[in-house]
Design a protein around this ligand. Structure first.
Ligand code: SAM
Length: 268
């Protein structure tokens, strides 16, 4: 890919895309799929695939709407979505050739149960792909302000009864990955997602203070304000609102950029 902005070009996004381009996904399960973003990524990058299944337990009205809109977006393609808890997957043993989970480990109430289920439904010698942002290491001021916003949002989700932990450290992610005992483990560390390679805004995003990113972040904070509007404890609500306003100021000053992440590929 030519004419990439410096940030994307110097990240491992291209290396990851090249590696995914060697993988035949065949029958793929995307666990905790949300709006199916990772299915999109894999469709663009994998060498080939047969079909996708995306599952999510859809804990809120918004997440149910997101799954419905994903169903429409992938209409006519070999992609199916199901509302399902990943702790008890309703699939036969070994029924997928590839299982993946993206940016969701820290959303899980019981990580061990989910990973055990993912391994159960993966065939012998199948591909396990895991992607997760981390909170430590060398991150820019823009990445740090996005982290602040994320941890604030995670607290709001938790208040509303939705599991959402703080972003994990790299070591914590690696401990989880090591517990999977995968073979041929490969770990890629990147500041930019593979999606950045295809993004129409990639040149604009080179400046973390660009208007589009700023407005997206402010909208996310305002959406979260609306989510806690009816939270009964006024003191907590006002405290979170004040903090949200301060995070808006930090984003205006430092910009916002996605956290660095690990992408891990292994085989069972
Ligand atoms: C950050 S979002 C999805 C991210 C998406 N995979 C991506 O890469 O953009 C995390 C998702 O985990 C889902 N989730 C959390 N616990 C789950 C569980 N036990 N079973 C299924 N989905 C779960 C949430 O509903 C949420 O949609």
């Amino acid at each position: 890919m030519t004419n990439l902005p410096k940030g994307v070009a110097s990240s491992n996004a291209g290396v990851i895309a090249k590696r995914l381009g060697t993988v035949s996904g065949d029958r793929i399960l995307d666990v905790a799929t949300g709006k199916g973003t990772f299915i999109d990524t894999l469709m663009k990058t994998l060498k080939d695939y047969d079909s996708f299944v995306g599952i999510d337990y859809c804990p809120s009205a918004t997440s149910r709407e997101e799954m419905e809109s994903a169903k429409k977006r992938f209409e006519g393609m070999p992609v199916r979505f199901f509302e399902m808890n990943a702790e008890t997957l309703k699939f036969e043993d070994g029924s997928f050739d590839t299982v993946c989970i993206s940016h969701s480990l820290h959303h899980l109430a019981n990580i061990d149960m989910v990973l055990t289920e993912m391994k159960r439904v993966l065939r012998t010698c199948g591909n396990f792909i895991l992607q997760e942002a981390y909170c430590d290491g060398d991150q820019t001021e823009a990445q740090k302000s996005e982290r602040l916003q994320h941890e604030w949002g995670a607290r709001i989700d938790s208040l509303l009864g939705i599991t959402h932990n703080k972003t994990f450290t790299k070591q914590r992610i690696m401990n989880i990955v090591n517990s999977l005992e995968l073979r041929e483990l490969e770990v890629y560390d990147s500041t930019h997602s593979v999606d950045c390679l295809f993004c129409e805004r990639k040149h604009e995003c080179e400046d973390p203070k660009n208007q589009a990113t700023y407005h997206d972040s402010i909208k996310e904070i305002d959406d979260a304000f609306r989510e806690i509007e009816n939270y009964p404890n006024l003191e907590i609500r006002n405290h979170l609102k004040d903090e949200g306003e301060r995070i808006k100021e930090t984003i205006a000053k430092s910009g916002a950029a996605s956290a660095s992440f690990l992408l891990i590929i292994g085989k069972t």
